[in-house]
Design a protein around this ligand. Structure first.
Ligand code: AP5
Length: 219
């Protein structure tokens, strides 16, 4: 399976990607996670990316393209979920050319549709495990009691003014990609609101309709 989870910040891409990865043993490639790891480890990529992420702006294409191509190559360009990539037309075209070189084109782009007010409510109450990157929500998906509280932090870019900037970057530079993937016939838009389980069920339904999975009851 070769798919992209697409959608605004806070749409639930990471949450759903982790569930799908576990269920089908896929590789989960999140550019946000890769960039945050690079920042934590203070690598040259991390040093370049830090200011952009803290300001809620997109990291330049050449940096992001390079880390994604490396990650894809390392896993043989198959059985992956891309989360948070591509985010610009240039990234999308680079990805297409790269995957075509391996005769492994993208099969589906699932866009999670969530209204702005729901996004703000999700992101302002999100918490993450600073060691594992696991996402939580103080109301809908609280951190388990066995995780030490000092590991649970709020992301720097989940402050209200940065959330606004990220939403703006999404609308200006990323949302137009929907037209690109619609023309290719691989865009599937689903309602990203409702419980985590409800959204997951909708994703499974799309993957089944696309012939990418068989649900247990049909085996
Ligand atoms: P990135 O980490 O990719 O952030 P994002 O796209 O803004 O997405 P988020 O991680 O904020 O949200 P999500 O959709 O994964 O939602 P989640 O599942 O966490 O990127 C960060 C930055 O890196 C960017 O701003 C940019 O600077 C840079 N960057 C990354 N990729 C780039 C690229 N390709 N090009 C250039 N720059 C790039 O859910 C959010 C919260 O809601 C959580 O608390 C979760 O528990 C909760 N939640 C999830 N689903 C539900 C539900 N159904 N009901 C209730 N709560 C829910």
């Amino acid at each position: 399976m070769r798919l992209v989870f697409f959608g605004p910040p806070g749409a639930g891409k990471g949450t759903q990607a982790r569930l799908l990865k576990e269920r089908f043993h896929l590789h989960h490639i999140s550019t946000g996670d890769l960039l945050r790891t690079a920042i934590r480890e203070n690598t040259p990529v991390g040093q370049q990316a830090r200011a952009y992420i803290e300001a809620g702006e997109l990291v330049p294409d050449d940096i992001v393209n390079r880390i994604v191509m490396e990650a894809l190559e390392a896993i043989g360009c198959d059985n992956f979920i891309l989360d948070g990539y591509p985010r610009t037309i240039f990234q999308a075209k680079t990805l297409d050319t790269f995957l075509e070189g391996f005769s492994k084109p993208l099969q589906v782009v699932i866009s999670l549709e969530v209204r702005d007010e729901v996004i703000v409510a999700r992101l302002s109450r999100r918490r993450v495990n600073k060691l594992t990157g696991e996402n939580y929500h103080l109301d809908f998906n609280p951190p388990p009691p066995d995780v030490p509280p000092e590991l649970i932090i709020q992301r720097e870019d989940d402050r209200p003014e940065v959330i606004r900037q990220r939403l703006e970057a999404y609308k200006k530079r990323t949302e137009p990609l929907k037209v690109y993937y619609r023309k290719k016939g691989i865009l599937r838009e689903i309602n990203g609101e409702g419980t985590i389980e409800e959204v997951f069920e909708r994703i499974l339904r799309v993957l089944k309709e696309e012939g990418l999975i068989v649900l247990p009851s049909e085996k």
